[in-house]
Design a protein. Sequence first.
Length: 586
Amino acid sequence: MKTVNDMNDINILNELDQEIFSVLSNKFKEYDRFHNENPALGGFLPWVEVNAESGQMHRAHNEEAYKLPSLDNGQLTWSLISLSQSLSRLSNSDLFVSVHKKCDEIIGRQLSSIQTIFVNDFHYIRQCVIVEDPKDADITPSNYSTQTYTTTIDGNKVERSSILSDPYEGELLIMLLDLCCDWNKINNVCNLYWNDDKRYRKEFLAHFPIYLDDGPSKSRITVERGSYFSSHEQWKVMVLPYLKHCDNYLNIFKNNEIARTHHSVACRIKGLFATANAFRTDSNGKKKEIVLPFGIDILSLPMNGRNMLELATAGDVFVAPYATFPLFMIDPCKAISWHHLMLNIEDMNTEYGTLESTHITSNQPHDALTWDGKMTTMLAVCGGTCDLIDEWLHANNKIETFKSRLSGRFDNIHNDLLSPRSNFPQSPTDIISPKSHFNQLTELDIAMPLDDCIYQEVTWTPLSTIPQNEQFHNVTLKYNDCYIKVKPNKLLPGITFTKQETEAQSFNIVHIVTNVVFIVTQDGLKVMSATGNGGITLREKKCGWDEMFVMKCADENKFTFESRHGYLGLEKCNNQLTKFELNKCS
């Protein structure tokens, strides 16, 4: 016999069912209208705007043509599949029969057109597709083209096609092609991707030092190098059951989050990094909103690595509460502590929910409400759609193919490299401000130099004129039979150090500030600074470090570099180094 409370629960559930049904029905009704008008879209969605009153979709005002982004549409299709699987659990509910049928119709429309739309004539997957005539009812290859972009190579502008090849969110569309399309037609496409990805994956293995209370330890973990090492890149793990069917990938994923949290603790950053909106002031003093892929530069691809200190100087570094969503997938308790740390910032919560991000030093939230900033965390707390997709893969006899793709990519990596060798760091509530942390490190850094550190100072002669008040752009320097060629730029900072002009080895510029360039090599750290007579002074510490990165700078005259071996402190005055001290970890 039902109690009053039981009946109330049933009534509430019925009301919730009605609301869900109403939302889905309205969405699918508009979906049908939009795609009946634009059949060439194949059931996929371009960038659109939605009328707040009518709920109707139309082409975004800043787009000249309909463009279909492959990454986002891969997410869309898997979302519809998870919705269909969820609705199939309600087989006894007459209320949802119609929306379930409509959902499956849309999925069928997408899967029947996905290859023609997203795969080009050269068997590569387009990153973004331009639809020439959205009204064309026939899905024919001639109606679709690949969006191009312009890049500069050796001073010449070159137009390139945008191709999907990343092993992050973009892999959702790759998996969709692999699992759901006619293999005889797309095997070349998928083989191209998976074979490239094996080579790609090796390059993506990186090593990160684990931090103890007194600094970096000798223990290192293997992580998957990111494009920017932003939490946003882990999106696919929230959708497909990667963690359930591959132990090696589970270990590497856990290592990613260990590195992410250790980095914030070591750098005294009150939060985690993810792609977020930010403001930048233009030359006219007007604020402009931009999207920045915040991450960890030492764990990002070289072409994307950006020094977070330079961004901080420009006021561009933000942390985002939603950056905790990968951590929620494996350790909800740790994730909650980091999430609370960022939510606890003043003015972070509004009547509309949590704002997306906040500045790391001013603690000033950015006034933006985004889907990423709100729903990713909620979805991860619920475990993502992994279980629903896992059910669907089993029900449609696709699970073994999915497992084989994971084992082919990760089983050949030795497990010792991937097994987590450390736990997550201390509670983030103990984090102090970056400035006070730098002062602590400086006291440590000015200890006696070690005997194995060799101090060297030489003057390099520029082979070309250095423009006044300019940093070292496109300058070749010479000392005896050695050459240094400096070619930093905004997109890809780099430096070439050669003993002979024909033998070059490239190193990364760690930091550039007011006529001083810091260079990391396998032997140690080189510091180039301008001299009063127009020459270049090079100082170096040969300490055999195999990695090093900027820890903090209190101002433009004080720097702390760090590796798992110890700390290296530098101070300069009037472009001359006054201290160059190293303290080695025991």
